[in-house]
Design a protein around this ligand. Structure first.
Ligand code: SAH
Ligand code: SF4
Length: 371
């Protein structure tokens, strides 16, 4: 990053921090607020400055569900909070456990709308797959979230609450180590809320998830990739490429008509990566559409020179989607081409297929009849 752009970014950050905390029906919605924002609010109300840090710790470290749990906060301050603010938590409406150990949560948002998140158990830690929008407007034809259409943006409080509610459920013994923005929605079309959420999620004094362990996945929204890079948060970027020819990508990911493959890869080349870090390219394998050995060779050519790894995701079928999953042999042949060209390429069979929790299956927002 040039000195000029990093200066601009610092300025942008200060402006973002100086924004007032969002209000709904006259109440401050605190989840998603930075320490600075809490300090400003608390100072303006005439309470001692150290209360901000206490509140911040209760919100993001202790995962308090409401103000009544914050027992070391003065009565007077708590009363003010109860009358003028809300944390803005969302409610877990349902939880389903998969045979493979992953868990799907259905969350109810403040207006009754539903989103889903999936907790994936790995060896020694957990990864949470979070949502950033109710539905998705991008409309990829292999994805059930896209099939259901778009309802609205999620707020920063709703995004952060998904993480805190699950962290609270896991308790002290179980580690929530990784976050992937691969649930419902296109995070780079909601950066006004996603960036503030990322800030508190990765703040060592906040939710404290290591930035490099937070992955934002995009269908390839180029201005969003640039803005995420400029925000300089150190989070990881994943790009759902899914095709090697514009003629194919135009059909399965209509957003390709706006941001075609070559422009998208140029934006990836310019994305500011920290030392030894790589971009992840996701590639959903659809039988007879994008899964040939020739596609694999073309993928290797396209990604040349980009520090990257490739995740091959065999398509998760659904009767409403007009695609099939390739055979394991075909998936392995695709992978082998990439390995032969010295790429890191793994096959990722999604978790939670039996509970509707796999990649592309999250659809609570329209399954509940609100579509
Ligand atoms: N909107 C973002 C993040 C959510 S989708 C994006 O598109 O990247 C997360 C991943 O699930 C993407 O890589 C997407 O290509 C993949 N996906 C969507 N539908 C799928 C399906 N039916 N089977 C397998 N992967 C799918
Ligand atoms: Fe939206 Fe991602 Fe699904 Fe495409 S794959 S419709 S961008 S959620």
């Amino acid at each position: 990053m040039t000195e000029h752009s990093s200066k601009m970014e610092r300025t942008a950050r200060i402006i973002a921090d100086d924004e007032p905390i969002p209000q709904v029906e006259g109440r401050y919605v605190l989840l998603g607020a930075t320490l600075r924002q809490l300090q400003e609010l608390i100072k303006a109300q005439g309470f001692p400055a150290f209360r901000a840090r206490q509140l911040y710790h209760w919100m993001y470290h202790r995962c308090a569900r409401d103000f009544s749990e914050m027992h070391n906060i003065s009565k007077e301050f708590r009363r003010w909070l109860e009358e003028n603010a809300t944390l803005g938590h969302i409610a877990i409406l349902d939880e389903r456990l998969s045979k493979d150990g992953s868990r799907k949560f259905v969350f109810q948002l403040y207006d009754g709308r539903l989103v889903e998140s999936v907790l994936i158990k790995e060896e020694g830690w957990n990864t949470l797959c979070v949502s950033s929008q109710v539905g998705c407007a991008v409309g990829c034809t292999f994805c059930l979230t896209g099939f259901g259409g778009y309802q609205r943006q999620m707020t920063r409080a709703e995004i952060v609450s998904q993480v805190l509610m699950v962290k609270r459920l896991l308790g002290e013994e179980e580690l929530l180590r990784n976050l992937v923005f691969m649930g419902m929605g296109e995070p780079l079309l909601n950066l006004d809320e996603v960036i503030p959420a990322l800030r508190v999620l990765t703040d060592p004094e906040g939710v404290a998830i290591a930035a490099r362990r937070v992955t934002v996945s995009t269908s390839g929204i180029i201005p969003g990739i640039r803005r995420l890079g400029e925000a300089d948060l150190g989070v990881s970027l994943a790009v759902s490429l899914n095709a090697t020819k514009n003629s194919v990508r135009d059909v399965i990911m209509p957003i390709n008509k706006v941001y075609p493959i070559e422009d998208l890869l140029e934006a990836c080349r310019q994305f500011p990566l920290r030392p030894r870090r790589r971009i992840t390219f996701e590639y959903v394998l659809l039988r007879d559409i994008n899964d040939s050995v020739e596609d694999a060779r073309q993928l290797a050519r396209l990604l040349k020179g980009i520090p990257c790894k490739i995740n091959l995701i065999p398509f998760n079928p659904d009767s409403r989607l007009p695609f099939d999953r390739p055979s394991p042999q075909r998936v392995e042949a695709f992978q082998q081409v990439l390995l032969d060209k010295h790429y890191t390429a793994s096959i990722r069979y999604s978790k939670g297929l039996d509970i509707g929790g796999a990649c592309g299956q999250l659809a609570a927002h329209w399954r509940d009849g609100r579509r």
